[in-house]
Design a protein around this ligand. Structure first.
Ligand code: EPU
Length: 425
């Protein structure tokens, strides 16, 4: 069991380089399934979830080679692929559901274990299912698997309207639609930069998609797609996490390979907290000289404030000057992290979707447990500004999305060590 031992008090100063986005790379790997042959995806981060997705694609019959050195994954997709995504892999990573659309599109059926992943809420699949049914598929749930069968003649394009701009449902239906018969319209679609990235790869493969980046995607089905080479969009959540780290530690961090325009609201909030943010050639620089001021947050689908930066911003507000309200609209259980933050002395009260955060001058180091990937990062950041030592448990969550997190923190001046504690059972 690995833990991070974090000493509080360092001011983080220096440079970091952001990799491709986890939440894009994983889906792009699934997109590759749509074309027979060899697709190459660059800027794929060396994280646990990529290893799991690579294994899943191998089980489906693909040859997958990942180079950590070049951050490139090569996926060779055979003519015939399996349609079954097994429980042992899917339960380890919710993003496995990304294979659902491509499997139905390629093989006419899919048996995909119902996903697990982060413990951050119910994370239903109703919109994925309703959309596939409207396209003509028969969907049942059997023995813990979602079982999908397309009609003999394939899925049919139709008008789809999502109740909510779900990232996952938009991806599933988009990937199912690119080779369906006729035109599919997905209204109220998600428009995260990662969705745009998927659309760009699909368009290169020969897919016909209009309205990329808008809430209305119009997809005209084509007979087949060709394999391509694609570079993953930069990880806005990792970049945003570094920006929060600079502000919390009153530091000065230059973040390379980052896209400011993907973080507009979050950077606006940091400016309101007192940070100085400047664009650079390939990213931006965040510096802070005073104690941050509190800032209200409301999470919403893109271009709203990202839920994946909510824990980091609660950590920031926990040491800020003032009181603020944080509203979480996407994942109800994301506030589980607050209990852990309270162990460091944070004053946070939650009520349903809302958290009232009263900033304290000081936090004090304590043992805590990461409840999901972003919560883990929030706790490490809080540990960096707490007095004394903080031991962050369950850091495998952090490893799912941040490459060599502790090494990067050390390069900025933090005192943080990874340790393996003996398993008690
Ligand atoms: N939802 C439904 N029904 C559906 C689909 C979604 O009720 O059919 C609900 C979910 O239960 C959840 C909310 O809608 O409460 C948001 O779900 P969405 O489909 O938008 O998110 P996701 O695809 O499950 C991805 C990211 C998350 C990120 C969200 C929102 C991946 C692998 N995950 O999840 O990332 O928070 O979009 O931007 O891409 C993370 O990286 O830490 C993370 C959790």
């Amino acid at each position: 069991m690995d833990v991070f031992r974090v000493q509080g008090g360092a001011r983080l100063v220096g440079e970091v380089w952001v990799t491709g986005a986890k939440n894009s790379s994983l889906k792009l790997m699934a997109v590759a399934l749509l074309a027979t042959g060899r697709s190459v995806i660059h800027a794929v981060p060396n994280i646990l979830d990529v290893t799991i997705m690579a294994e899943l694609l191998r089980r489906l019959g693909c040859a997958v080679e990942y180079s950590a050195e070049t951050q490139t994954v090569v996926i060779d997709v055979p003519e015939q692929i399996s349609h079954r995504a097994d429980y042992d892999l899917v339960r380890r990573m919710r993003a496995s559901i990304a294979v659902l659309g491509p499997l139905v599109a390629r093989t006419g059926s899919a048996d995909v274990a119902l996903p697990g992943g982060d413990a951050i809420g119910s994370r239903g699949l109703d919109m994925h299912i309703a959309g596939l049914e409207l396209m003509g598929a028969e969907v049942t749930s059997e023995h813990g698997y979602l079982v999908v069968h397309a009609p003999e003649a394939g899925l049919s394009g139709t008008q789809l309207y999502l109740d909510f701009p779900s990232v996952g449902a938009t991806e599933t239906l988009l990937m199912a639609a690119v080779t369906a018969n006729g035109v599919t319209k997905i209204d109220n679609a998600a428009r995260e930069p990662e969705i745009i990235d998927i659309c760009l790869m699909l368009q290169d493969m020969g897919a016909q998609i209009e309205g990329v980046g808008s809430p209305l995607l119009t997809i005209t089905g084509v007979k087949s797609l060709k394999p391509v080479e694609h570079t993953t969009v930069s990880d806005r959540i990792v970049a945003g996490s570094w920006a929060v780290a600079a502000v919390m530690t009153q530091g000065d961090i230059t973040i390379h390979n980052a896209r400011m325009e993907h973080l507009s609201i979050a950077l606006e909030k940091l400016t309101a907290a007192g940070a100085k943010i400047e664009a650079t050639d390939d990213g931006f620089r965040v510096s802070m000289e005073t104690r941050p001021k509190s800032t209200d947050i409301v999470t919403l689908p893109y271009p709203g404030f990202p839920t994946d930066l909510q824990p980091q911003f609660i950590a920031l507000n926990a040491i800020a000057d003032g009181t603020c309200m944080v509203t979480e609209n996407l994942f109800e259980a994301r506030f589980r992290f607050v209990q852990e933050l309270s162990r460091l002395g944070a004053d946070v009260r939650t009520d349903g979707h809302h958290a009232l955060v009263r900033g304290k001058q000081k936090l004090s180091g304590a043992p805590v447990e990461a409840t999901d990937i972003r919560a883990g990062v929030g706790l490490v950041l809080a540990g960096l500004v707490a007095e004394g030592e903080t031991l962050v448990h369950c850091i495998d969550h952090i490893d799912r999305g941040y490459v060599k997190f502790e090494e990067q923190l050390r390069s900025l001046g933090a005192t943080i060590e990874r340790e393996t504690l003996p398993d008690l059972d």
